[in-house]
Design a protein around this ligand. Structure first.
Ligand code: ZN
Length: 151
């Protein structure tokens, strides 16, 4: 198990647009494993590769109700509804803010075996999909959040 360093807001890497993964190499597999371990050690719901300094379109997500997801080159292909709730980010430690996100989100992505799959998420999982995929385009939730507060 390898724990990676999580970059914090203010680091320019978090503002870059990530490149797609064109081939799933052993390096990508190791990245997925290390991101999973890092997310769990930090008690997070999701982690995107740029948060650990890698500008690739790779995301891991885990929620208590929905389980664990690995998303390579993810794309939101449908969304509906709306939810307003508090959101946080491992790159913005100790802070929280209220965001508006879709209630239901469908994502298409590739798994570590190179297979394309589609996953539907509602509530927290939908919010996590939006939050983590935003990271891949250099966007942070604090760009859209209101009522920011310290924990
Ligand atoms: Zn985040």
């Amino acid at each position: 198990m390898a724990k990676l360093k999580i970059l914090k807001v203010g680091d320019e890497t978090l503002r870059k647009v990530c490149r797609p993964v064109d081939r799933i190499t052993p390096r990508i597999i190791t990245l997925l494993d290390d991101m999973r371990d890092t997310m769990r050690a930090a008690d997070g719901v999701g982690l995107a590769a740029p948060q650990v300094g890698v500008l690739r379109r790779v995301v891991v997500i885990e929620t208590p109700d929905d389980g664990y997801f690995e998303l390579i080159n993810p794309k939101i292909i449908a969304f509906s509804g709306e939810q307003t709730s508090e959101e946080g980010c491992l790159s913005v430690p100790g802070r929280w803010g209220v965001t508006k996100r879709p209630m239901h989100v469908t994502v298409r992505a590739v798994n570590r075996r190179g297979e394309v799959f589609t996953v539907n998420g509602s509530g927290l999982l939908a919010k996590a999909f939006c939050h983590e995929l935003d990271h891949l385009d250099g966007k942070l939730y604090i760009d859209i959040a209101e009522q920011m507060r310290d924990s």
